[in-house]
Ligand binder design. Structure first.
Ligand code: PRX
Length: 650
């Protein structure tokens, strides 16, 4: 994103506060450089040391790191700790309870959509609950290697189910509970899941979402696609329990199929709280998580046990400078990689206390985040630029109402942060006292790859530091069932390197400034969307002949979707049609992909060979008259027509 005024603001450097440096794991830039140098020059020793923290049933049989990163030399592969046997769940729970005496320590401070709903869960309680769930999953027939789909809101059962899968060697595939039934079905079919774990319903702000109904529709779609793999649907009684005794209960009908559906409470609560972990190979799969791909079909990013454990635990410890008495809060949803790595696995591996938040930033009031920080004494806070920009709109007053003196480190993730938002975060939220770690990474990288360390790195608002070349433990091991797509998407462009798909520039001091995606992907409110996927959804409407989707800068969302739609003859471009088209996108993908702009496009700008010129469409969406070289454009009149039909407001 190009931000006016960036050049002046980036000159100012913010140095780490001394009190943070006194106790920090990496207390200054020189110690960071030493650590960085060792990780680059001696990765085997570096990661062998990191692995000492954890429990290995058997040690690695050969080299710690084995890899081929160069497509010209054979298949891409990377292995960490090959030959070792371990269990993720054992390392993040049993090890903390048994070896580190943390059974009484709070693992999660669950805060519901309403402030009156909250609950604490200790490491000891979590371990017992995970064992019960693991036993129940085994009873439903889940075995090592089976895939379990999880479509749950931000409730403790979500983490419990993930860890229960990890305990028995099943592979979880969590789907963000804001995705539509069709998106859920597509993911279930791709991973051939045998069980789906969902909930009756959940309030997100003021909106009640009937998750079971969406799940049922998804399972019907799976049938229609000829892939009825789900044998059992486990349903957490969440809304109904929270609302019991009130009128709220009647607001939700839970459809039921007695042969397939079981209540979580009926099968989990009665199980034993003992469950032996399954000892897995270091490179056995841990989970699949889908991310948008530029072809439109989501990619099932596959992560494995040992490397992901090492990487998420180490990055969590250093990037948030984690200490035993911290209260940490990451506002992401666990349905995304940020939640997997930095609400579930990374914090638990460190024995951290985390807030698990079900709600939204502005409900029941615009100071909710700040209220939660005060309520729990949050010391490390991790959120997305889009949330910062949204809350910034309400000014400093809602922030100043609360005591935020517990905060020590702030983090951001998901999209480039503009310096204005960075400065507001630093000054208004962090009271000028807390370093802001802007963490660049991806579903595919498993954990942070470009980030400052809070006590060690002098900061420039909106930039990142240092890069590396060799594989790191948290890197994806493949796209589920598609090695060819894995290699061509990430490794073919620059043999010997992993390609993120983002652009960036490096300044005179060696700082990296991420400029955004270089492919047909858009980043809307920190969520990656593929233009092809949205085009596919719009094309399913009977009135649509052709469609092209581009990104347009948006003050809150970073980018938003701007769609050019050519209608079939005999169809009229009306307000109702626009609403129907938006509805199609919500139905096929989910509300996060709802377009802001849909414009009538009697024709699209194409080259003589018929390729749509997206570059030109992007300029029209932004009302930029400078269209560059148009010599390949087949029909130049199209452009004037499109300018005259431009949408001025959303
Ligand atoms: O474009 C980059 C952007 O988000 C993409 C990865 O999206 P996803 O796999 O959904 O994971 C998001 C959470 C890690 C990247 O290719 N991105 C992520 N973090 C940043 C970012 N862009 C700029 N700055 C960041 N800190």
């Amino acid at each position: 994103m190009v931000v006016p005024g960036r050049q002046d603001k980036e000159e100012k450097i913010y140095y780490p506060p001394e009190d943070l440096q006194m106790n920090a794991h990496v207390p200054n830039f020189n110690s960071y450089l030493a650590l960085y140098k060792r990780s680059i020059e001696e990765p085997e020793e570096f990661w062998r040391d990191a692995a000492q923290e954890f429990y290995w049933k058997e040690s690695p049989s050969g080299q710690i790191l084995q890899f081929n990163f160069d497509v010209t030399k054979g298949n891409i592969s990377m292995k960490f700790m090959a030959g070792a046997k371990t269990n993720m769940c054992y390392n993040v729970l049993d090890r903390n309870v048994l070896d580190r005496n943390l059974g009484e320590k709070v693992a999660y401070l669950w805060e519901g959509n309403l402030p009156a709903h909250h609950q604490t869960i200790t490491y000891g309680q979590l371990l017992k609950q995970v064992c019960r769930c693991a036993n129940a999953l085994k009873q439903t027939g889940v075995k090592k290697g089976d895939r379990v789909a999880i479509y749950l809101p931000m409730i403790p059962e979500l983490v419990v189910t993930m860890l229960a899968c990890a305990r028995i060697g099943a592979v979880h595939s969590a789907v963000f509970a804001g995705f539509s039934s069709e998106s859920l079905a597509e993911r279930i079919v791709d991973a051939q899941c045998s069980v789906l774990v969902t909930a009756d319903g959940v309030y997100r702000g003021e909106k009640l979402i009937n998750l079971k109904q969406i799940s049922d529709e998804a399972l019907e779609h799976c049938q229609e696609k000829g892939s009825p793999t789900v044998q059992k649907c486990v349903v957490v009684k969440h809304h109904t329990l929270r609302a019991s005794g009130t009128d709220e209960c009647n607001k939700l009908q839970t459809p039921w199929n007695a042969e397939r559906d079981v209540w979580w409470q009926d099968i989990v609560d009665s199980e034993s709280e003992q469950c032996d972990p399954e000892w897995l190979d270091a490179e056995d799969p841990l989970f699949i998580l889908y991310t948008s791909g530029s072809t439109g079909k989501p990619k099932g990013v596959l992560h494995t046990v040992a490397g992901y454990l090492l990487y998420t635990s180490l990055t969590f410890k250093y990037v948030f400078d984690h200490h035993h008495d911290d209260v940490y809060w990451c506002t992401a949803d666990i349905g995304w990689i940020t939640g997997h790595s930095y609400i579930a696995y990374g914090p638990l591996a460190n024995g951290a206390t985390s807030v698990l938040f079900e709600g939204v930033p502005v409900y029941p009031h615009v100071g909710r985040y700040w209220e939660v920080i005060e309520k729990y004494g949050v010391s490390k806070f991790y959120t997305a630029p889009t949330a910062i920009r949204l809350l910034m709109k309400y000014g400093r007053e809602p922030v100043e109402k609360y005591d935020l003196s517990s905060l020590r480190v702030l983090g951001t993730v998901g999209e480039p942060i503009n310096p204005e938002a960075w400065l507001w975060y630093h000054d208004a939220v962090g009271q000028g006292r807390c370093p802001v770690v802007d963490t660049f990474w991806q579903t595919e990288t498993g954990g942070h790859v470009l980030t400052p360390l809070p006590a060690a790195t002098p900061l420039k608002p909106g930039s990142a530091v240092r890069v590396f070349r060799k594989p790191w433990p948290g890197i994806m091991r493949g796209i589920y069932g598609n090695q060819e797509r894995f290699e061509s998407t990430y490794f073919r462009k620059f043999p010997g390197f992993y390609v993120t798909g983002d652009g960036c520039r490096r300044d005179k001091d060696g700082y990296y400034w991420i400029t955004g995606r270089m492919d047909d992907m858009l980043n809307v409110s920190g969520h990656l969307l593929s233009t092809a996927e949205v085009e596919g959804a719009l094309s399913t409407h009977a009135a649509v002949a052709e469609v092209a989707v581009v990104g347009r800068p948006h003050p809150l969302k970073g980018e938003c979707l701007y769609c050019f739609v050519t209608l079939k003859d005999s169809h009229e471009f009306t307000h109702d049609l626009v609403e129907e088209l938006k509805g199609k996108v919500r139905e096929k993908i989910g509300p996060i992909a709802t377009p802001d702009f849909i414009q009538n496009a009697p024709g699209l700008p194409k080259t003589r060979s018929g390729k749509i010129m997206r570059r030109v469409l992007r300029q029209i969406a932004r009302n930029e008259k400078d269209l560059g070289d148009l010599s390949t454009l087949a029909d130049s009149k199209v452009v004037d027509v499109l300018f005259s039909y431009r949408c001025k407001t959303a």
